[in-house]
Ligand binder design. Structure first.
Ligand SMILES: [Zn+2]
Length: 151
């Protein structure tokens, strides 16, 4: 049964779940599902997501199709080692501004999880030297992404 379900999920999209107002990676989401199922707390028909609430049982969440106002990592907080697995969600314009602010607060050297965000959303660091050496460069030193919208 579990195998049939797994093989039904195709493509390279990041699988995720939403449960109790948090987002979870595929592995952690499935672990929660297994736990709840073992405790007989699963809904009658887990395939019918309209029949239950995500507070009670994890629902599938297409992180890449759903823009969020910030990068999302699994609520587990340690499934990727020192932090939760990055869910590679899409960002709103506000999300890019929020992330830029976070990266700028770190400066040029980012912690591992923030570097993963910077890479995924294609942020590069413009240093004070870059700004000084390029007369056309009118921006402040900091992190910038080509994906950022101007508004
Ligand atoms: Zn996880």
């Amino acid at each position: 049964m579990a195998e049939a379900m797994a093989s039904g999920r195709k493509g390279l999209k990041t699988m995720a779940y939403v449960y109790q107002a948090d987002v979870w990676c595929d592995d952690c989401g499935r672990a929660i599902i297994d736990d709840l199922t073992a405790q007989e707390k699963a809904p009658e028909d887990p395939e019918d997501e309209s029949s239950f609430d995500s507070d009670e049982f994890p629902k599938y969440y297409g992180a890449e199709d759903d823009e969020a106002d910030g990068p999302q990592n699994c609520a587990d907080g340690k499934c990727a080692g020192k932090y939760g697995t990055f869910l590679r969600n899409a960002l709103t314009g506000e999300g890019y501004a929020y992330l830029k602010n976070m990266l700028d607060n770190h400066g040029e050297t980012l912690p591992e999880y923030a570097q993963e965000w910077a890479d995924y959303y294609r942020f590069t660091y413009v240093s004070a030297d870059d700004v000084a050496n390029d007369p056309d460069e009118s921006c402040e030193p900091g992190w910038y992404s080509d994906e950022m919208t101007t508004n």
